[in-house]
Design a protein around this ligand. Sequence first.
Ligand code: DP6
Length: 398
Amino acid sequence: AMAAERTLAMATCTAPVNIAVIKYWGKRDTDLILPINSSLSVTLHQDQLKTTTTAAASRDFTEDRLWLNGKEADVGHPRVQACLREVRRLARKRRGGGEDAAALSLSYKIHIASENDFPTAAGLASSAAGYACLVSALARLYGLEEELSEVARRGSGSACRSMFGGFVQWQRGERPDGTDSLALQVAPETHWPELRLHSLVVSGEKKPVGSTAGMQTSVETSPLLKHRAEVVVPERLAQMMQHIQDRDFEGFGQLAMRDSNQFHATCLDTFPPIFYLTDVSRHIIALAHRYNAHHGHTKVAYTFDAGPNAVIFALADAVAEFVEVLRRSFPPATNGDQFVRGLPVGSAALSPELVAAVVTEPGGLPGVPNPCPAPQPGPGPQLVDDPSQHLLGADGLP
Ligand code: DP6
């Protein structure tokens, strides 16, 4: 046939990290990844933190292959397979079963290369960006245009929220098949550009209990988690949406802190208990409260996921002062500049009263929370048009 049967196709996308302010913790279906409660997050700008993924399909590939940060990884991982299967199923459905000679053949094997521009173990929701990026790149490869948060969810629950920019809700859904367990944008990134999210890397070590295993033990043993999912989260979700709508940092910050704390309380209520926060995490919490008390209102808010690293929320005009407070409280020492990235934050002079009231631990602590730059809310996954940015060469190898 003269039809231009395509023998190699490639697509590259980037995808963002998201930070939950109403936390997801607990599944009602572990295979489909259906949550026991809805959650709400902020998508981070991709200037400093993002995942890049190239997906390629070719007649000449003999097997599916996957490379993560340059190293070959297990493409047979059930969650990677679930995403691949779902994207191929949607592509097949779109073509109505018939093989279109001009379309990329669905029988071709696939090569995937993915890279994070941040430390994988740094507690920065790398699996969320990773699966959102995988699904976005595969969708591009097969020319799918529909909303694919349902597919990203099969990779990692929180990944469905990285399919959108700005402020995003993952609605738990009711159906047993998960078709209504989707992410929805609550407000675009332009809605609240003054909001800043500052990552404090307390430890680059891998967490002792992963989220997947941890949340399952919580579902099985924690009465507090049950109460949280049934009673607390529905109320908080409505409140949080209102605070975002109103750009009310006082309400937003207070509720984000309370929800992070309740999530960690459910971890302590899990049996055997799970501890993600460390002494350094608790020092950051106390520091934020002393700082807010000194100012008489909520200028900063913290949130912690399944690890000791903090994300600090603040409005743009409060970032420099709080970063200086952090520097004074945790002088740079042992792990040096390892996690310092990107933009300088600018320094602020602290009043003696503020130092006396807030900075109570000069001399430092074992872990060093190195401030990463403070990104704004940002957009969802992006297509990378420039072919020189592909992570795979013309031979389909990294
Ligand atoms: C504490 O999405 O990593 O970060 O669905 O098992 O892959 P799996 O879990 P994951 O859990 C994230 C939990 C959290 C809270 C959140 O992001 O909402």
